[in-house]
Write a protein that binds this ligand. Structure first.
Ligand code: SF4
Length: 301
């Protein structure tokens, strides 16, 4: 049979059927290798309507895991109805596969959509990503905890992880390097977080979604344009073109270094965390966490 997907970095070419078997097999291998979760545990998959998160949900479902979805409505339009369309596609995937999708609408819960919350809070100089990231982390953790999920899974792929690693290495950001992991253990007030797709290239996930017939949103979030992470991805793509496999080696060598304890957390970091008096999620300040502080401040605007 004619090969459909050529993966120069793995020196491997697979036909459609074998590719659709290979991706879930590899995912299962990574779940076990990084001790992400066990079969009897409940998984909450953060879905955005994009190829990675919907493919992850599809794979976990096919592998027989108990995986429900969480969609967070950010209220981003960008002239393309970005949030409405990503919500529609997430619902469509859930109903076609008989899966359960939880939906949290930021505007309904916190009074305003993300772009307005960002404007009101004056964070991020015209780009709402800082507020958006803060809100998503807070909501994902809250829903996982409140609804009794054992683990929160996100669809970050190798390109995402390598770009984050590249940025953190350029700055030698010790705190961020310590926290970058395929599986971050749970801690008081924080859900376990895992990234089962972290070793797949972005194009491998695009090929999976396409061959599997998953309908996903092609447009990036309109606020992603000009983001530093996209610039890093472009740089790494240039490197990958000249030296296939570079991205994977960069990431895997980092994980190996992590295992030797090179990025072990400083004991005082954990000791300095307290539960936020409002939401109970850990914070390094003696007062409210950053998210609750932002929401409280906005009530006075
Ligand atoms: Fe949120 Fe869009 Fe920024 Fe991503 S690019 S953090 S979805 S605003």
């Amino acid at each position: 049979m004619k090969a459909s997907v050529h993966m120069r970095q793995h020196k491997l070419a697979l036909c459609r059927d074998h590719y659709l078997e290979w991706i879930p097999e590899q995912t299962e291998r990574f779940i076990k290798k990084y001790e992400m979760f066990r079969r009897e545990e409940r998984v909450l998959v953060a879905v955005s309507g994009g190829k990675d998160s919907l493919s992850l949900w599809d794979i976990l479902h096919r592998l027989g895991y108990q995986a429900d979805g969480l969609y967070i409505g950010l209220g981003i339009d960008g002239g393309v109805g970005y949030s409405d369309e990503s919500h529609r596609l997430s619902e469509k995937f859930a109903s076609e596969n008989g899966l359960r999708l939880h939906v949290v609408d930021v505007a309904k819960e916190y009074g305003q959509p993300i772009p307005i919350l960002a404007e009101m809070s004056h964070r991020g100089q015209g780009r709402p990503c800082a507020v958006c990231g803060l809100a998503k982390r807070h909501i994902m953790n809250r829903i996982a905890r409140d609804l009794g999920y054992d683990v929160l899974a996100t669809g970050h792929n190798l390109d995402d992880e390598a770009a984050v690693l590249f940025g953190n290495t350029l700055q030698w950001s010790g705190n961020f390097l310590r926290r970058q992991s395929p599986a971050l253990r749970e801690s008081p007030g924080l859900a376990r977080k895992v990234k089962p797709l972290c070793r797949f290239y972005e194009r491998e996930m695009a090929a999976y979604a396409l061959l599997r017939g998953i309908e996903y949103i092609y447009e990036e979030c309109p606020f992603a344009e000009g983001a530093t992470s996209i610039y890093y991805k472009e740089l790494l793509n240039r490197l990958e073109t000249d030296k296939p496999g570079s991205k994977l080696i960069f990431y895997l060598r980092f994980l190996e270094a992590r295992e030797t304890g090179l990025f072990a957390p400083a004991p005082e970091e954990a000791a300095n965390l307290h539960p936020c008096p409002n939401c109970g999620q850990p914070t390094s300040t003696d007062d409210l966490c950053s998210f609750c502080r932002m929401i409280e401040k906005l009530k006075t605007v």
